[in-house]
Design a protein around this ligand. Structure first.
Ligand code: PLP
Length: 455
């Protein structure tokens, strides 16, 4: 076998032509979204005022395994895909480990993360439906940036509700979005009824993704020609992100590499769901047995300390209920938490896989994540996003364990993006001012007490 290159790229004719819908092969399907009023499964008609029609069809379909990628989206993908699968030779050497480490790098586009993979698909379907524009929320700003790029490409209006703490801490993200023509509002705002209500109940709040979602949905449903789009959590987003896993699978196959462990960070679950999709398919079918690990922040530990239950997807309780690992829709993570992994819930697909024991989860404290990020940056060159660095941390730990046991395991992890807009967090880390806030059991109990009762 020839030497494995530092970077494995696919040729254009080796690129995936269809997205893969893991739900089609799951024995226990993820639970359906429920109507917040009636608690009946949401129908396409219920969802039509909120989401684009074709995206609703993708959302509700747990039978079709492959969805062909439309040509217009393929053409856009060609501008920044395939993303490289990198063999981390330099990191392996620095760790002096027998492990073989690979990472799939999604930061090679202007928005700096994997989110563009779904943003372009969602903008395409909105345009195809003849809509005027879309609304959304953004936390750390990557999703808003990706969506702004996608909307400007297809000539759609884009209204972004940005979590207030990020709006203030990340002015450059905001300006990138405005450069691509988006209208950016800090959330909670006084522009919406739900925003005014949240501000009245929690004066001085720094906001949360849950609040921003409520505002964006209110504006979408109240403005003719608009729909709401979401950058994570939903089944349709995992479907689009399967491009990450399918490319990874093809790149590994090209060199006859079989992974032992696959690791990804988990906020709402979209990059992880996409990365693992084809590998989980083979695991479910008994064709292979991989260890698949989700990494979440100790400050927002949905899998490891949350409850598997129906919950609201947003703070304002206007969205459907989803069955997921959740910390409660009222949970607002500490504002000093740097990463974008702040959502209270988790993709219902990943939640079901975790409940079935097919997926492991680990939570890690923030300062250890930044130690890993710095270690990685110094040898591999890439400046990683704090979110991505959760996966780096666990991949390094795994490689160091291999050093002790002498096992030459093959580790694959998702490097979801770059951290150029996260220098305030890096600064806090370097100045020794970063803290590891971990919610108390009482705090979580208080939030989980307010889960809706669904029978
Ligand atoms: C948004 C984001 C994440 C987390 O979102 P998921 O939906 O869990 O993938 C991870 N890394 C980066 C760089 C992000 O922008």
């Amino acid at each position: 076998m020839e030497q494995i290159p530092y970077k494995i790229y696919l040729q254009e004719n080796e690129m995936p032509r269809a997205w893969y819908n893991l739900r089609a092969d799951m024995k226990n399907k993820p639970a359906p979204l429920l109507h917040p009023g009636t608690h009946q499964p949401m129908t396409a008609a219920d969802l039509a005022p909120v989401f684009c029609d074709e995206l609703i069809a993708q959302e509700l379909d747990d039978q079709t395994a492959y969805f062909p990628i439309p040509q217009e989206i393929n053409d856009f993908y060609k501008m920044y895909r395939p993303s490289p699968l990198v063999r981390a030779y330099c990191l392996e050497k620095a760790l002096d480990t027998p492990a073989k480490i690979y990472y799939k790098f999604e930061g090679n586009n202007t928005s700096g993360s994997h989110k563009l993979n779904s943003a372009i698909a969602q903008a395409y379907y909105a345009k195809k439906q003849g809509l005027k524009g879309v609304t959304t929320e953004t936390g750390a700003g990557q999703w808003g940036t990706a969506l702004s790029m996608a909307c400007s490409y297809f000539g759609l209006d884009c209204k972004v509700y940005m979590v207030k703490v990020s709006y203030e801490q990340k002015p450059f993200r905001r300006e990138v979005m405005r450069t691509y023509g988006a209208d950016v509002t800090p959330s909670p705002s006084t522009k919406t009824e739900v925003g005014r209500r949240i501000l009245a109940e929690h004066p001085g709040t720094t906001g949360s993704l849950g609040c921003a979602i409520s505002e964006a949905v209110e504006v979408a449903t109240g403005t003719p020609g608009y729909r709401y789009v979401l950058g994570s959590v939903l089944n349709q987003v995992l479907l689009h992100q399967s491009i990450i896993g399918l490319e990874t699978e093809a790149a590994l196959k090209k060199y006859g590499i079989t992974p032992d462990v696959i690791i990804g960070c988990a906020g709402g679950g979209s990059n992880l769901g996409g990365l693992i999709a084809p590998f989980m398919r083979d695991k479910i079918k008994g064709k292979a047995d991989y260890r698949i690990v989700a990494v979440e922040p100790a400050s927002c530990p949905s899998f490891t300390r949350g409850k598997y239950a129906y919950d609201f997807c947003d703070t304002g309780k206007v969205c459907p209920l989803a069955k997921m690992y959740t910390l409660g829709s009222g949970f607002i993570p500490a504002p000093n938490h740097a990463g974008g992994l702040r959502y209270h819930g988790m993709s219902s697909t990943l939640s079901q896989l975790y409940d079935d024991g097919l997926l492991e989860a680990i939570s890690v404290p923030q300062t250890e994540v930044f130690q890993a990020a710095e270690r990685f940056a110094r040898v591999e060159g890439i400046l990683p996003a704090p979110e991505s660095s959760h996966a780096i941390k666990v991949a390094i730990d795994e490689a160091l364990r291999c050093k002790e046991t002498g096992e030459a395991k093959t580790i694959v992890f998702g490097l979801t993006g770059t951290g150029y807009f996260d220098m305030v967090a890096y600064e806090k880390f370097h100045d020794g001012k970063m803290s590891d806030y971990i919610p108390t059991d009482e705090e979580l109990e208080r939030s989980l007490k307010n889960l809706p009762v669904v029978d």
